[in-house]
Design a protein around this ligand. Structure first.
Ligand code: CDT
Length: 308
């Protein structure tokens, strides 16, 4: 057995006025609790250090850039890295990344147990829009503030396994998991911030959103025979409610543990990476099952059928 005792650290809301120090204190409390439960790895949500700022329309780039981290770790976040190294715990969390040459990404990182960054992922699927949309009751401006990720869906050999990452909207699309699955991924870490109501489809409330969360994550795990750790930032941020529903899903697609609250809440589960082996043998047996000659539409945009 190759075990990773993983802690999914769901976070409750972060208000716009709350600074990184307050948030990091909450993250440290979750990390200490995870240490008490023997965690090897703690996973925090997308954009874990701040409120979900892409809901706010901003025109001043200096104001926008205040939500971004220019280096990782930086002074605000260093206590997390130091505590994790002290505990001997690997960490993954999402943040807004501003590169030295001025690029903006919605990023997630993975460290090893000594606090060194071993993996970085930049969100590929950016939902929402780039301009203020008067048709919407709530704005979702990720396309305004971020560029699409430029490094694909890599996986990393770490914690005696093969680990991948994705961010929020990525989890809804099968290609996300498949690209990592084809690289043998054994555990996928996904942070999210999902509004409780779809602002363009008002009958899509929290129940439907939680259903889609489970549906996508469970299918991704089963179809690629990997563990998936999906971690929410939940609750009401400045009047904007978001779903919780953090889950850890096994390679059979079964939920092994699920959050009950919309607040800071730790889910811990001992995940056996060897539980991925049976499914991988049967699903990824290229010679017997996969008919790549029939999958052209997935990779060829020109062959795609346009929407009605
Ligand atoms: N953060 C993020 O990607 N949220 C999206 C909201 C989609 S509605 C514009 C999600 O897929 O949950």
């Amino acid at each position: 057995m190759r075990m990773i005792n993983v802690a999914a650290a769901q976070m409750g809301p972060i208000q716009r006025a709350e600074g990184r120090q307050i948030v990091v204190r909450r993250m440290l409390a979750l990390m200490d609790e995870a240490k008490g439960k023997g965690a090897d790895l703690i996973v925090y949500p997308e954009l874990a250090l701040t409120t979900f700022f892409p809901r706010w329309y901003m025109t001043d780039q200096a104001e926008v850039d205040q939500w971004f981290e220019r280096e990782m770790p930086n002074d605000a976040v260093r206590p997390l890295f130091e505590r994790a190294a002290h505990h001997g715990m690997a960490v993954s969390f999402g943040y807004a990344e501003l590169t030295p040459d001025g690029h903006h990404f919605n990023t997630a990182i993975l460290t090893d147990k000594s606090g060194s960054i071993v993996g970085k992922y930049r969100k590929v699927h950016l939902p929402g829009h780039s301009e203020f949309d008067p048709e919407r009751t709530h704005q979702h401006l990720e396309k305004r503030y971020f560029e699409p990720g430029d490094i694909g869906f890599p996986v990393w050999r770490s914690l005696e396994g093969i680990i991948g990452m994705a961010v929020c909207n990525d989890r809804r699309w099968p290609e996300t998991y498949r690209v990592m699955g084809l690289q043998g991924v054994e555990m996928v870490l996904i942070g999210y911030n999902t509004p409780a109501i779809n602002s363009q489809k008002n009958d899509e409330g929290p129940e439907k959103r939680l259903f889609h969360n489970r549906l996508s994550v469970q299918a991704g795990a089963y179809q690629n025979s990997c563990w998936v750790v999906a971690v929410a930032k939940a609750g009401n941020e400045d009047g904007f409610p978001m779903i919780g529903g953090s889950i850890i899903v096994n390679p059979d697609g079964e939920i092994v543990v699920e959050a009950k609250s919309e607040d800071d809440e730790l889910l811990v589960h001992a995940c056996d990476l060897d539980a991925t082996v049976f499914g991988k043998r049967t699903i990824f047996d290229f010679a017997q099952h996969r008919r790549i000659e029939h999958y052209g539409l997935i990779t060829s945009r020109t062959g795609a059928i346009p929407p009605p």
